[in-house]
Design a binder for this molecule. Sequence first.
Ligand SMILES: NC(=O)c1ccc[n+]([C@@H]2O[C@H](COP(=O)([O-])OP(=O)(O)OC[C@H]3O[C@@H](n4cnc5c(N)ncnc54)[C@H](OP(=O)(O)O)[C@@H]3O)[C@@H](O)[C@H]2O)c1
Length: 356
Amino acid sequence: MSLSVSISLSLLVVVVAFYYTQTNSAMPSLAAIRASNAAFFRSKPAPSSAVAANVPTAVFVGGTSGIGEGMALTYAEHTEGKSNIIIVGRNAAAAERIFASMPSPPADIQPKLAREFVQCDATLMKNVHVASQTILSRYPKINYLVMSPGYSTLVGRDETPEGIDRKLAVHYYARWKFLHDLLPGLKDAQEKGEKAAVVSVMAAGHGGKIDLEDLGLKKGYSLSAAALAAPTYNDLMMESFAEQAPNVTFIHAFPGFVRTSLGSSSPSPTLRIVSPSCSPSLVPSPTAVKPGAWRVGSKGEDLGMKRHFGDEVQRKKVWEHTVEVMRAALASSSAGTSKAGSRNNNSTSTLRPDIV
Ligand SMILES: NC(=O)c1ccc[n+]([C@@H]2O[C@H](COP(=O)([O-])OP(=O)(O)OC[C@H]3O[C@@H](n4cnc5c(N)ncnc54)[C@H](OP(=O)(O)O)[C@@H]3O)[C@@H](O)[C@H]2O)c1
């Protein structure tokens, strides 16, 4: 089995595992994962003709490369093309290549199922706003939201015109904004009796304590501070959204080490040099999860509260801080550059000065 398929299966299982109601913290084999993935998709009734509205819709933010690409491809294979698939990122050519290698949507389902690229530089919240409103206007029902945008750099704090550090923007703020804006679509799926799940591929179990006086890391930025804050913010983000949508599944996942372009595409020469010599290792495992907020480790295990930082007060503070950051970002004068991508693209989204 190739590495990419291993990666895909291991992470796909995170997306679909919540269908399984039993909890099981033991690590299953790759064969078990493949079997459970296959069984899940076999158990789903195939969409018949003229029911395009009933097929699932999956959004992959960061689906143009690496882990997100693997998840998107595996999802497409298991659904045999019977899904709307939206990839969000900057690299349109990569998205086209990925769509071309997916199974084609069945011709008898009308209107034709979407393979849509939505271009978005997620370092700017204005772009995320436009992209998510574009997606929601076209797909009011969203079943899966997978977020794996990654940015690896050894550079210190690097602010966008909106005043947010680029790395934190990609690893946290943009994810919060996508999730915030697309939540109505996830709720719609759930209210229709369908499955709805969110996966943020980051670093569950690898976060640290946070500084309530400097949540934006404007004063105390360091590579380690940013690396410890983003996973904790992801944890707290998922918990906050799970409170708002208790019937949706929210998973913060740590993938383990996976050889992707994360290092080789880094703006930091050191990381570009080091990355090809790193060996991939990933042992997958289906962790059975129900609606709610989950933290999943590199072996698919339920991390529970292991290396969890932040209590209810901190969760609230992080939420309020994020809302404030979003307000400031959207009110700032930087120009959004998001545009809809290569297929079915007539964005009618308008930028609102608020976030709700
Ligand atoms: N690989 C690992 O070993 C590992 C380990 C632990 C955690 N993780 C985390 O897992 C996540 C995925 O990692 P990966 O290895 O799959 O990374 P990757 O192969 O480098 O892919 C990163 C994705 O993020 C997108 N992206 C980067 N900057 C963006 C921006 N400004 N706006 C929009 N999209 C952007 C890229 O798309 P475009 O280029 O099209 O914009 C690409 O699709 C990351 O958050 C990473 O920190 C990875």
